[in-house]
Write a protein that binds this ligand. Structure first.
Ligand code: GRF
Length: 221
């Protein structure tokens, strides 16, 4: 059997997506293991989650580096030293540069709380609410040099309900993030995510099922 894909998870905050990934690895529902968690924010809960899972937790504050590229070079050194094969951005509040992307070509994933390409940026949930869309969701995509851009791997749709606030919609979307991120990693681990230009091809009979998920129906209040 092939060895588990070695993941480097980059996080800045609560780390609930990290937790979903750690749990999926522990249950062996995905053929991956977290080789390191790297965090740029001292005291972020993501670090504690890593320690509790007995996974190396590395604090790399970005303030010590004058340029983004210098910080990314440090990240690359850390990731390489731990044998990381796939980098997963999970609430990592930093723009990454070509220094990281060229070290891991088509091997950097991100999760975003909207159906991209709608509502990229910091406030995807707020923007979706303001736009009045009836359906929003989340996206796992390969990272390219633009923000929340890059070939889309999996999306999950989430309904927007009457009376939703940014918090309630974000929570419903987050629950779906926890489903799709491990699945996206599994597709990469299985070698089933083939990037062709802007698109990701998922060969195999279940390709279409694998790339789109709907959240379970939600009863109106
Ligand atoms: C998620 O909503 C993710 O989509 C966005 O940042 C948030 C991270 O949450 N990129 P968590 O730290 O994984 O709980």
């Amino acid at each position: 059997m092939a060895h588990p894909l070695r993941l480097g998870v980059l996080a800045s905050g609560s780390g609930s997506n990290l937790q979903a990934i750690l749990d999926a690895c522990a249950k062996q529902s995905i053929a991956a293991e977290v080789a390191a968690v790297i965090c740029n924010v001292p005291g972020a809960p993501a670090l504690q989650r890593a320690r509790e899972a007995r996974v190396p937790a590395v604090l790399l504050p970005h303030q010590e580096h004058a340029r983004r590229e210098d910080y990314d070079a440090r990240l690359v050194a850390e990731l390489r030293s731990r044998g990381v094969e796939l980098v997963c951005l999970a609430g990592f509040m930093r723009i990454v540069t070509p220094v990281l992307l060229s070290a891991f070509p088509q091997r950097v994933l991100n999760i975003h709380p909207s159906l991209l390409p709608s509502f990229p940026g910091m406030h995807g949930v707020r923007q979706a609410l303001r736009a009045g869309v009836r359906v929003s969701g989340c996206t796992v995509h390969f990272v390219d040099e633009r923000t929340d851009s890059g070939p889309i791997l999996i999306q999950a749709a989430v309904p927007v309900l009457e009376g939703d606030t940014e918090e309630s919609l974000a929570a419903r979307i987050l629950a779906q993030e926890h489903r799709i991120y491990p699945r996206a990693i599994q597709l990469v681990a299985q070698g089933r995510a083939e990037v062709e230009g802007r698109r990701v091809r998922i060969p195999g009979p279940q390709g279409d099922d694998a790339r789109t998920l709907s959240s379970p129906p939600v009863d109106e209040p």
